[in-house]
Design a protein around this ligand. Structure first.
Ligand SMILES: NC(=O)C1=CN([C@@H]2O[C@H](COP(=O)(O)OP(=O)(O)OC[C@H]3O[C@@H](n4cnc5c(N)ncnc54)[C@H](OP(=O)(O)O)[C@@H]3O)[C@@H](O)[C@H]2O)C=CC1
Ligand SMILES: O=C(O)C1=N[C@H](C(=O)O)C[C@H](O)C1
Length: 250
């Protein structure tokens, strides 16, 4: 059977370099290109890439995806910075190239995907819910893509269940003291040397609390999800948002 021809954009970065090694080690894949900032995207076409993995920056990802979709190259995207406007623009490009698939995964690790799922289930059952994400200090965006998505899913679950707003008597606060407001859910971002990627969802009800915590201790935690995305994205035309759609979580 012929191998999947895979390129990595951002192949010199923290997660990109790990992805390059993972693709090289996968028996059913061939790494045909690893691109850094300033490298020509035409290389993807010359190399015959079927799937591009984007692990670059929020400032670069849209240009990369515009190129990939126009050239019918499927994309697996871990890069953060997604807004409704960006998603709408991407969907517009995909409408012009209906056989192309793009997977955007706010987090490729199975533990993080499950944390989001558990948070969705728990959120309507508690009065209060807040998200704390903790990352290495080289991260350029805050809050993390994972925390943003987690908060959106929590808010959606509470809206559907008709849950009341979380109690909060704060009348005076320093800027940022109560975190960022993501769909009504406070999200707090910590940047600390020594950390990689961590998240807590704190839920509180009368007389009890529940804490969901996930820790990515090494970039290897993201690799099975990236490889799964690469294998599946070609048979999922259009936009898939979230790795959970490629997992049978019940
Ligand atoms: N979804 C997930 O599970 C995960 C997502 N991420 C996300 O992945 C992204 C990358 O993170 P991280 O590896 O820590 O960041 P790094 O800064 O270490 O890596 C980004 C890399 O992309 C390169 N780059 C920038 N622009 C381009 C471009 N146009 N074409 C090709 N390469 C480019 C950078 O080059 P240069 O250094 O020259 O600027 C750098 O090597 C972030 O958005 C992060 O949040 C990270 C981990 C897991
Ligand atoms: O920048 C990182 O490191 C990570 N970014 C992603 C995010 O913003 O959620 C995924 C993971 O948290 C690691």
């Amino acid at each position: 059977m012929s191998k999947l021809r895979v390129a990595v954009l951002g192949g010199g970065g923290r997660i990109g370099s790990e992805a390059v090694r993972a693709v090289e080690a996968a028996e059913d894949m061939e790494l045909v290109a690893s691109l850094g900032r300033g490298d020509k995207l035409e290389t993807l076409v010359d190399a015959g890439a079927q799937v591009a993995v984007d692990l670059t920056t929020p400032a670069s990802v849209m240009g990369n995806l515009d190129f990939c979709v126009r050239h019918g190259i499927h994309a697996v995207v871990g890069t953060t910075g997604w807004t409704d406007e960006r998603l709408a623009q991407l969907k517009g490009w995909l409408d012009q190239s209906p056989e192309t698939g793009v997977l955007i995964a706010p987090n490729f690790s199975i533990g993080a995907v499950l944390t989001m799922k558990f948070a969705q289930i728990a959120a309507p059952w508690f009065e209060s819910v807040e998200v704390v994400e903790l990352h290495h200090p080289n991260k350029v965006d805050a809050p993390s893509g994972t925390a943003t998505r987690t908060a959106q899913l929590i808010a959606e679950a509470r809206r559907k269940a008709g849950t009341a707003e979380a109690p909060d008597a704060t009348v005076t606060a320093l800027d940022g003291a109560r975190g960022a407001d993501v769909d009504g859910v406070p999200v707090h971002a910590v940047r600390l040397r020594g950390l990689l990627a961590h998240q807590e969802v704190l839920l509180g009800g009368e007389g009890e609390t529940l804490t969901l915590r996930h820790d990515s201790l090494h970039h290897s935690s993201f690799m099975p999800g990236i490889l799964l995305g690469v294998r599946r994205v070609g048979s999922a035309p259009g936009l898939t948002f979230g790795l959970e759609h490629f997992l049978d979580l019940g």
